[in-house]
Design a protein around this ligand. Structure first.
Ligand SMILES: NC(=O)CC[C@H](N)C(=O)O
Length: 491
């Protein structure tokens, strides 16, 4: 018997589906179930790399961590990575498939349905329970014919389906009842209940709301989940950056330039978590004022980001900036002298000068490098500990002349390596490399921060795993009888 599927769909994107799936994964795992997350298709430039070098959405990797398992490409068989200008790289089962304009993807989508069912079936054969996540709203009526990720998956798996709405953005009745109304009868029958997410204040004040939803909707409200402050999980996509309130500038300020098609910006979450450090996402050179360092993050479209930096006046501003300058992956490529994409691997390709802050040249290759990578830093401040991170890039960079590397790669996946990566200026003030996840390494992160003048005011308190905190809150909101029912695996 294939494992049952529990599915979470939402009334819109960013209503909290991913977080709820992560919470349910942790709660099911706590009950001893072997549980796996699944999202048929995700659109995000925040990616993770699996042990065998496949690329999947970061949010799915977080859900796998919540389930206590290592992520695999089966859990997110299709990942769409937008490059801007309505083009995206389509990653299928962890590897780039094609780079397509939106209209062409729409034409070719149907080819991908067997990929989705094959991977979902495989998870259902391996685990006791699969918790699947939809995308956006399941009733975008104009897009429904091409659906690969919402009710088509629910119907295929006959999934018990939860519909989540976000009360914080308002219109909760229209969100939930409107969505129910627009589902086809065969889809509607799969809806096991509603969840009201992000409720601020006392849920006792919403009892009338619950009654009205149940009367009008004809399905139970399974829980009113409170607004959870500072959850600190990696954001699913760059929408989160637009919603983030500007952080008050106190202590040491690190500016991160919000490049077009910004990728893997959760690289900087560990910096923001340090006491006395503020990470400020910036759009204009004037916002560099007061920053001790500036970071150029990854980007899915390096040459487009290059032009954007020039247009915004960042070239001169970065030359005049006296603090530290760091670049990760696409950001590292941008710091170099030259960027060439002769095969138009990204966008329309072409070539351009880089910012000229590191003696490095980058050429794009048709094959993508995606690996979990272990390295050692070649800078005294960074300490001697092994650094664990991951690489996701099409570009290959080489140092010019006598330039110093930043890292010595010692392992990629299971394979020992002995390559240099990255580059640092002679005075160490400017550096870049390909390793995402670098700042999650404590010795490296704190070493760099100390270089910038940071002195931890106090040792950070050991924190409870945010996934446990999240799971506890969701468990309290849903209650044991509901969870017992949702996690019943034999009919
Ligand atoms: N993750 C990244 O920043 C990727 C950088 C660049 N777009 C490349 O593929 O090489």
């Amino acid at each position: 018997m294939p494992a049952p599927v529990l599915m979470v769909v939402g009334t819109a994107s960013s209503v909290g589906k991913s977080t709820l799936v992560a919470a349910l994964c942790r709660l099911a795992a706590r009950r001893g179930l072997r549980v796996a997350p699944f999202k048929a298709q995700n659109m995000s430039n925040n990616a993770a790399v699996t042990a065998d070098g496949g690329e999947i959405a970061r949010s799915t990797a977080v859900q796998a961590a919540a389930a206590g398992i290592a992520p695999t490409v089966a859990m997110n068989p299709i990942l769409i990575k937008p490059e801007g200008q309505r083009r995206s790289q389509i990653v299928v089962e962890g590897k780039p498939w094609q780079t397509l304009a939106a209209a062409d993807f729409w034409q070719r989508k149907a080819l991908l349905w067997p990929v989705i069912t094959r991977n979902l079936d495989a998870l259902r054969a391996e685990y006791d329970l699969v918790i699947a996540e939809g995308a956006g709203s399941p009733v975008e009526l104009n897009l429904k014919a091409g659906d690969l990720v919402n009710m088509r998956v629910a119907v295929y798996a006959q999934a018990r389906t939860l519909l989540v709405g976000d009360i914080d953005r308002g219109g909760i009745f229209a969100q939930l009842l409107g969505t129910l109304m627009l589902l086809e009868p065969a889809e509607r029958r799969l809806i096991e209940g509603l969840i009201v997410n992000r409720f601020r204040g006392d849920p006792a004040l919403f009892v009338d709301g619950v009654r009205i939803l149940e009367e009008r909707g004809g399905v139970p409200v399974l829980g009113v989940v409170p607004w959870i402050e500072d959850l600190d999980l990696p954001a699913e996509d760059a929408v989160a950056l637009d919603q983030a309130r500007p952080a008050p500038a106190h202590g040491l300020v690190i500016a991160v330039i919000r490049l077009p098609a910004i990728a893997n910006f959760d690289d900087f979450d560990p910096l923001a978590r340090e006491p006395g450090v503020t990470v400020r996402y910036i759009d204009y050179p004037s916002q560099l004022a007061g920053a001790a360092a500036v970071i150029l993050p990854g980007t899915k479209h390096t040459l487009a980001a290059r032009r954007w930096l020039r247009e915004r006046g960042f070239d001169a501003a970065l030359r005049q900036f006296t603090g530290a300058i760091a670049g990760i992956c696409g950001g590292y490529q941008l710091l170099g002298e030259r960027i060439s994409d002769p095969l138009a691997v990204e966008g329309a390709g072409g070539e351009d000068d880089g910012l000229g802050l590191l003696p490095v040249e980058t050429v794009f290759a048709p094959d993508k490098q995606t690996t979990q990578t272990v390295a050692k830093a070649q800078a005294a401040w960074a300490g001697a500990a092994e650094l664990h991170g991951y690489e996701i890039h099409m570009g290959r960079s080489r140092r010019l002349g006598e330039a110093q590397p930043l890292l010595r790669i010692v392992r990629r996946g299971a394979t020992p390596a002995a390559d240099d990566d990255g580059c640092q200026s002679v005075d160490g003030r400017v550096w870049g490399c390909y390793l995402h996840g670098l700042f999650a390494n404590d010795e490296f992160r704190r070493g760099w921060l100390r270089q910038l003048g940071w002195q931890p005011a106090f040792d950070p308190l050991p924190q409870t795993d945010p996934l446990d905190r999240l799971a506890d809150q969701v468990a309290a909101a849903l209650g044991s009888p509901v969870l017992d029912r949702l996690f019943t695996i034999s009919p």
